[in-house]
Design a protein around this ligand. Structure first.
Ligand SMILES: Nc1ncnc2c1ncn2[C@@H]1O[C@H](COP(=O)(O)OP(=O)(O)OP(=O)(O)O)[C@@H](O)[C@H]1O
Length: 138
């Protein structure tokens, strides 16, 4: 599917009309928090873009996913995350706390999970899930 530029105005519309929306951040706020998306703050690469560590003015640590501009799937993921996943508050999910769409930058803001502990975090959660399942199946 071709994701043409003229759908951009609708991105904001769709987000505003979903319930329990995560916070809308200003681009300048996220540029400041991540040191201008500096390589030093790079946490990793995902399928849809690069993730940077950031610190907000209130000292809160965040992870900012900068969706690649040429990723059609990335734009769809952006809308899906903000309108759906952002409204879910489950301990097994890294919490989406905000988003930004400015100057064609699509950014997702997550709670920061301490370096190296993301796998452990997910592993711990899945182990707990297995324990719960085995209790039910016993
Ligand atoms: N909330 C976070 N806190 C700390 N580091 C993170 C966080 N989210 C992502 N990262 C880091 O950025 C990397 C890329 O994350 P991202 O979610 O984009 O990719 P992924 O896990 O491969 O998933 P996907 O397939 O959806 O792209 C992760 O492997 C991790 O090192």
């Amino acid at each position: 599917m071709k994701f043409s530029e003229d759908i951009y105005p609708h991105i904001e519309d769709q987000i505003q009309h979903s319930s329990m929306v995560p916070k809308k951040y200003e681009l300048k706020e996220l540029i400041k928090a991540t040191g201008g998306f500096s390589d030093q703050n790079k946490l990793g690469e995902g399928g849809f873009g690069t993730v940077y560590k950031g610190i907000l003015e209130n000292n809160k640590e965040i992870a900012v996913k900068r969706i690649s501009k040429n990723s059609c799937q990335g734009k769809q993921e952006f809308i899906a995350e903000v309108t759906t996943i952002g409204s879910l508050h489950h301990k097994n999910l890294v919490k989406l706390i905000g988003w930004c769409y400015e100057r064609k930058e699509l950014l997702l803001v997550y709670e920061f999970i301490l370096n190296g502990s993301l796998d452990k975090y997910l592993f711990d959660q899945s182990s707990e899930f297995e324990v719960q399942c085995s209790k039910v199946l016993d």
